[in-house]
Design a protein. Structure first.
Lengths: 190, 534
């Protein structure tokens, strides 16, 4: 039993390299890509814990805000009616940064006509999970940044940003990330 | 053990203890082995379960995101370490296979499978299936079985050694007791005692055994004493009996002598009486004869006084002669010398003779004498003298004891199967007798009234002699009487006396030794010695 236990423990700490398989083999197939990305966003939500203070009443829906257009903007159709931890998802679309109001998730599409930094600034200090298709150098990137590597959907995690907004990301999720940027992990590990 | 076929107590006890030990040990070992088998399976199952849970926890995101590479990596890293793991599989909730791992060098023996759900936030994301190899567990279990078997064998050996040693605690006192009881029964030595060594039931058994022996010993002693005493008593009693027997023999011898003396004396007396009676009659006949001659002479001379005196002498002499005749007859009868003759004579003649003789006496007392006889009474073959004597006696008595009365003699002849009988009946109207007197009537020297003897004279022998004669002739005499009314004598005699029947038999009261024949003058043509009857 002892060696088996050690094996499991070792295995759990070694979760780092992760490639997310995306079914969208063909770039022109926008619909397919949108569906995959919507499923990805929904899956990510399952592995995120909001701080208790930031949570609305249990009966209130989990608000997902989408800034900009493009494939991610089609989330509305994909997420409607689904539940995360017993809460129904509701989708809100924004065109401008100043439209952003009270939401728990903010998705910033690749072709949103706004500066990512402005959008992130609008939600800084709030318990909002930010997901972006736009790359931004760390440490000012979104908490989750989506990217496509070799036709496969992958993601980077800005754990510092998550810590700053009080969100907790499952280690299983971190294990799947292409990269994790975190002061905390870097200090904790030699 | 079965090969030894033990029959001794020692082996039985050992066997019993061994059986207990074997049963207990076998049960324990079976329980241990079974428990070990179950535990081995359960352990593997639990380990597989917890490993599956851990893999499920770490791979939840990979399963959720469908990351096959990551899933495969987790599975491989988790499973390859433990050699017991044979196969592992990750599936999505829909049932599609996400990752699969299989150990290359799998023996394909007995295995155990576990399937767990991968749950995240109460949501079932997929399944994990693990398969573990039981071969090593079984191998370990087999080692365990071997070890237990070895322990069992050692324990049994130890148990055997111990039980063989311990059985002595029970068996040796019992065997000791058995030995002692064998000695007791073989040597008949009841003084043997066993020494009590323990305080349990066997100790009690020893005590009882000793008590039993004590009782036997005591009884033995008592028996021997009784035996000795009995012998003494038997010896004493034998001595007594011997003395008694000797005494009786002496008495018997004395009695025999006395009897012989008495017998010879009796015989001598009878012979003397018979002889004397005979000797007496001879001079008496001379006296009577000469007295009668003198009486006739006196009558012829006309001397009335002398005639009367001489007449008295004649009467007295005749009386004396009759007396002597009676005594002679009686003594003959007693001496067994009376002989009954057998002559043919007409009955009527005897009756006439008797009546003629008695009539004067009867008429002297003023009696009427009546004779009733049929025309033909026929002939008798008997002793004429004795028949006449009987009739004279009875008729004379009737005349003597009746005054101014009637006397009737009846004679009849009766025919019966055995032969003719003559019945004489003499009835009078005389003084008669009481019933008490009748009992002594036929006994010698007795008259009904002692005072009557002087008045009526007579010897008192008449009826006794008559009865003897009747019996000797095969007949009998009987009487019926009432005082003051009269008497009736009945004499029954056979017409023909049977000389053989008249012979004395065992029915006679006197012994044959007494009926010895003597130098007796012949009395008739045919003589038969007879003995006194009654």
């Amino acid at each position: 039993l002892e060696p088996l236990g050690h094996a499991v423990a070792a295995c759990a700490t070694l979760v780092c390299l992760l490639v997310l398989p995306a079914s969208s083999a063909n770039a022109p197939d926008d619909t397919r890509e949108r569906q995959v990305k919507a499923a990805f966003v929904f899956n990510v939500l399952k592995f995120v814990e909001w701080p208790p203070a930031a949570q609305p009443a249990a009966s209130a829906p989990l608000r997902v805000g989408v800034l900009g257009s493009g494939p991610l903007a089609e989330l509305a159709t994909a997420l409607v009616g689904k539940t995360i931890k017993g809460r129904v998802l509701s989708v809100q679309t924004y065109q401008r940064v100043d439209q952003i109001d009270d939401c728990q998730v903010l998705v910033i599409t690749a072709d949103a006509a706004v500066d990512l930094r402005d959008a992130l600034r609008a939600t800084s200090g709030k318990a909002v999970l930010t997901m972006s298709e736009q790359h931004q150098p760390t440490p000012t990137a979104a908490i989750i940044t989506l990217t496509v590597v070799d036709t496969k959907l992958a993601f980077h995690v800005n754990l510092d940003a998550a810590d700053a907004s009080g969100l907790q990301l499952s280690s299983n999720l971190l294990g799947l990330a292409k990269s994790v940027q975190s002061q905390r992990l870097r200090q904790g590990r030699p | 053990m079965n090969l030894l076929r033990p029959t001794t107590l020692r082996w039985t006890l050992t066997e019993l203890m061994m059986a207990t030990a074997v049963a207990a040990l076998l049960l324990t070992c079976a329980a241990l082995i079974g428990y070990q088998y179950l535990t081995a399976r359960q352990d593997l199952e639990r380990e597989l379960g917890s490993l599956a849970d851990m893999i499920g926890a770490t791979s939840s995101a990979a399963v959720q995101f469908g990351d096959t590479d990551k899933a495969q990596e987790i599975l491989t890293k988790a499973l390859s370490v433990d050699p017991r793991l044979v196969e592992g599989r990750l599936e999505t909730a829909g049932g599609g296979q996400l990752a699969r791992w299989r150990r290359g060098a799998s023996a394909g023996g007995a295995s155990l499978g576990v399937r767990r759900a991968i749950v995240h936030d109460r949501e079932q994301l997929g399944f994990i299936t693990l398969r573990g190899d039981l071969t090593s567990a079984y191998a370990r279990w087999q080692d365990y079985v071997m070890l237990v078997g070895a322990l069992l064998a050692a324990s049994l050996w130890l148990a055997f050694m111990l039980s063989y040693r311990f059985q002595r605690v029970i068996s040796s006192p019992i065997l000791h007791l058995a030995d002692q009881s064998l000695r007791v029964s073989q040597e008949r030595d009841y003084s043997i005692r066993v020494e009590r060594r323990s305080n349990n039931e066997i100790g009690i058994l020893y005590d009882r055994f000793n008590e039993m022996l004590e009782q036997i010993e005591e009884r033995d002693r008592a028996l021997r004493d009784a035996h000795d005493r009995l012998e003494e008593r038997v010896a004493a009693r034998t001595r007594e009996l011997r003395q008694e027997v000797a005494e009786r023999r002496r008495t018997e011898a004395a009695l025999i002598v006395a009897r012989d003396v008495a017998e010879s004396a009796s015989k001598a007396k009878s012979a003397f009486v018979a002889n004397m009676s005979h000797e007496l009659r001879t001079p008496l006949n001379a006296i009577i004869g000469y007295s009668e001659m003198l009486h006739e002479d006196a009558e012829a001379d006309g001397d009335a006084v002398l005639a009367r005196d001489l007449s008295r002498v004649v009467v007295a002499g005749k009386h004396l002669l009759r007396l002597i005749s009676d005594v002679l007859d009686l003594s003959k009868i007693e001496a067994g010398r009376m002989v009954i003759g057998a002559d043919d004579f007409p009955v009527a003649a005897v009756v006439d003779e008797v009546v003629q003789t008695t009539r004067p006496l009867a008429e002297k007392n003023g009696n009427q004498l009546e004779v009733v006889t049929p025309a033909d009474l026929g002939v008798m073959t008997s002793d004429r003298t004795r028949v006449a004597q009987i009739l004279l006696n009875v008729l004379g008595n009737a005349a003597k004891f009746t005054e101014r009365g009637r006397i009737r003699l009846t004679a009849t002849r009766r025919t019966e199967a055995r032969g003719d009988l003559l019945v004489f009946e003499v009835a009078d109207t005389g003084i008669g007798m009481d019933r008490a007197d009748l009992e002594h009537l036929f006994v010698e020297f007795t008259q009904a009234d002692a005072s009557a003897s002087r008045k009526y004279e007579g010897t008192g022998l008449g009826l006794a002699i008559s009865r003897h004669f009747c019996r000797l002739m095969g007949g009998h005499i009987s009487v019926a009487s009432e005082r003051g009314v009269g008497s009736t004598f009945t004499i029954v005699l056979p017409a023909a006396v049977d000389a053989e029947a008249a012979r004395p038999t065992g029915a006679q009261h006197l012994t044959p030794a007494l009926s010895a024949s003597g130098d007796q003058a012949p009395m008739g043509a045919r003589e038969a010695p007879v003995s006194l009857a009654g």
